[in-house]
Design a protein around this ligand. Sequence first.
Ligand code: SAH
Length: 228
Amino acid sequence: MVVGLSLAREKERLIQELKAIGAIRSKSVEEAFRRVPRELFLPEHLRMYAYMDTPLPIGSGQTISAPHMVCLMNEELQLEVGYKVLEVGAGSGYHACTIAEIVAPSDVDKSLWGHVWTLEIVEELVSYARRNIEKAGYGDRVTVIWGDGSKGLPEYAPYDRILVTAAAPDVPQPLIDQLKPGGIILIPIGRPYSTQILVKVEKKEDGRVTRRRLLDVIFVPLKGEYGW
Ligand code: SAH
């Protein structure tokens, strides 16, 4: 109970901090961060650190992204209710749930809901993510699929938005092909364990593709056919 109370306080403090540094700019990203309990996506012994602004280990050598990175990416994705979103790199399942809370909010009629598909290449993390997502109550809005996400997921394409949460050598062509016109891809590009750049790819309505460099980041490497 005491732990629960202090986590709630720490979460509110972190939200104020994320707003002050500009990682949270909109009400929808703020509310999504408030509603999804990050502690449920962490190994038990790390739960007390849920609202420190830092990545944390989730097993299999992988990490859950820091809160500021999750919020900043959600802002740059310009998400709307009803969107179909593909994530490459489910990890703990946390980021996918924060997106689900924006494209398929708990307080909006289900007929208007979008959906999040998230791919994970490490088998143990697939079941870890699924368990966490169920516990947090997002099992009906987030689908975790085991596979090489560098090739995307053609079965449910095209997507309104695609995010990659592992660093790639370049933007995989299949992801561009599976994006709707008017869509956005966010992807870190750069060598493993060195500085990488978060890139925003936009597919214009006429099919033209533009790229913009947003900021320096550090992600685990993308594996698979279009990975390292
Ligand atoms: N979004 C996650 C953090 C992801 S860490 C969260 O909210 O917790 C990056 C994840 O990408 C790791 O779990 C890693 O196993 C996975 N990954 C790396 N290459 C991949 C690929 N080609 N396809 C799918 N997942 C991949």
